[in-house]
Design a protein around this ligand. Structure first.
Ligand code: B16
Ligand code: MG
Length: 216
């Protein structure tokens, strides 16, 4: 049993489900280049950075682009994505997410956001959850993508808690691997078959309690 002093939350797939918006924007981009993009392929992009996602998609479509063209394509996709998330509301918070983050804070546990998304702040503003995090570490503040632990280690440092007393909540296997690499506990949100390396796997934060936190 460990006394947990900080909880670090991934955003997409843990607090909100923006995968559908990423999917629509990437599909529109792929279609504009003359090939299709499936929901199964989109699954493989969870937790993966924008630049790496584009590389994978171009590879699946058998298309080669120069670095300058790739930058323009990533910007185009992001414009379409931002247009969609600009309409998000607090109704899109996943069940139990806000309640669990609030319960942590009431128990004196620090809360951090640790996301690959460069649009994290905009999403938190749209769902009215900015003030519920002591720190927000997002894609703008890190240079190494998950499974590198940089994003979570920066979150732990910002709230002044040693990694061993932190728990990471993640829906992507790369995120669970990042937590383990950073010496932290982890809770997987999703399927045990995929996230089996986590200390605990649940289907959503509506299943999480402070009791379970201290049993990790
Ligand atoms: P952006 P997370 C990740 O967020 C998404 O899961 C992934 O699909 C996306 O490509 C990545 O953010 C970058 O997002 O294009 O908005 O910077 O799961 O780490 O919260
Ligand atoms: Mg995620």
């Amino acid at each position: 049993m460990t006394t947990i002093k900080a909880c670090i939350f991934d955003l997409d797939g843990v607090i909100v489900d923006t995968a559908i918006y990423h999917y629509k924007a990437w599909k529109r981009l792929a279609n504009s280049l003359g090939f299709d993009f499936t929901e199964e392929q989109n699954e493989q992009l969870k937790g993966v950075s924008r630049v790496r996602s584009l590389e994978l998609i171009l590879g699946w479509g058998g298309v080669t682009k120069t670095p300058a063209e790739q930058e323009a394509l990533a910007t185009q996709k992001n414009t379409w994505y931002v247009d969609m998330i600009s309409h998000m509301t607090p109704a899109e918070i996943l069940p139990g997410a806000k309640e669990f983050v609030e319960a942590c804070r009431q128990a004196g546990i620090k809360t951090a956001l640790g996301s690959a998304s460069k649009n994290s702040m905009m999403i938190l503003e749209k769902i009215n959850m900015v003030s519920l995090f002591d720190t927000v570490i997002d894609g703008n503040k890190v240079s190494k993508a998950k499974p590198d632990p940089e994003v979570f280690l920066k979150g732990a440092e910002a709230v002044g808690v040693p990694p061993a007393q932190c728990v990471v909540f993640e829906d992507a296997i790369a995120g669970i691997e990042a937590a383990i690499a950073g010496g932290m506990k982890s809770v997987g949100i999703g399927s045990p078959a995929v996230l089996g390396k986590a200390n605990l796997v649940i289907s959503g934060l509506n299943e999480m309690t402070l009791e379970k936190l201290n049993e990790l």
